[in-house]
Design a protein around this ligand. Structure first.
Ligand code: FES
Length: 117
C-alpha cells in the first residue's frame, strides 16, 4: 500500500468516472476541469497521474499496464503510477492527484494552479 497523497485545501474535486467502469490492469484518460488525467485501478485502489508523458507528450492513460507500472505508448518509458517515478529516466516524474470514491463515482482532486498538466 502506498502512502496516500495529502490533498490541498485548494483542491477542487471533479467526478471523472464511475468506479464500476474501471478495470484492473487498464488505464483510462479522464478530464478534470481543463486537465486530462490518467486513471488506474490497482488492488482496489485508484491512482491518478498526469496524462501527458513528460518525455514527448503521449497519453499515459493509453499505455500498457503491468502491476503498478504504465508503459508510455510512444517510446515505452515506464512510470510507477503509485509514486509518479519514471523507471526509465529518473530525472523525470509525473504528477499524482488525490482520488476518492463517493456514491460509486471516482473523484479527483485538482489544485487550482492554472496549469494544464
Ligand atoms: S512520449 Fe512517452 S516515452 Fe516518449
Amino acid at each position: 500500500m502506498t502512502d496516500p497523497l495529502p490533498f490541498e485545501r485548494s483542491d477542487t474535486f471533479f467526478k471523472v468516472a464511475k468506479f464500476d467502469d474501471l478495470t484492473e490492469g487498464e488505464g483510462s484518460v479522464v478530464r478534470a476541469g481543463l486537465k486530462k488525467l490518467a486513471l488506474f485501478l490497482k488492488d482496489g485502489e485508484i491512482h491518478c497521474i498526469q496524462n501527458f508523458c513528460p518525455h514527448a507528450g503521449a497519453f499515459l492513460g493509453l499505455g500498457d499496464v503491468t502491476g503498478c507500472v504504465v508503459r508510455c505508448p510512444r517510446h515505452s518509458w515506464g512510470f510507477d503510477f503509485t509514486t509518479g517515478a519514471c523507471l526509465t529516466n529518473p530525472r523525470y516524474e509525473v504528477k499524482r492527484y488525490v482520488t476518492k470514491v463517493e456514491d460509486g463515482w471516482v473523484l479527483v482532486g485538482v489544485p487550482e494552479d492554472g496549469n494544464l498538466i
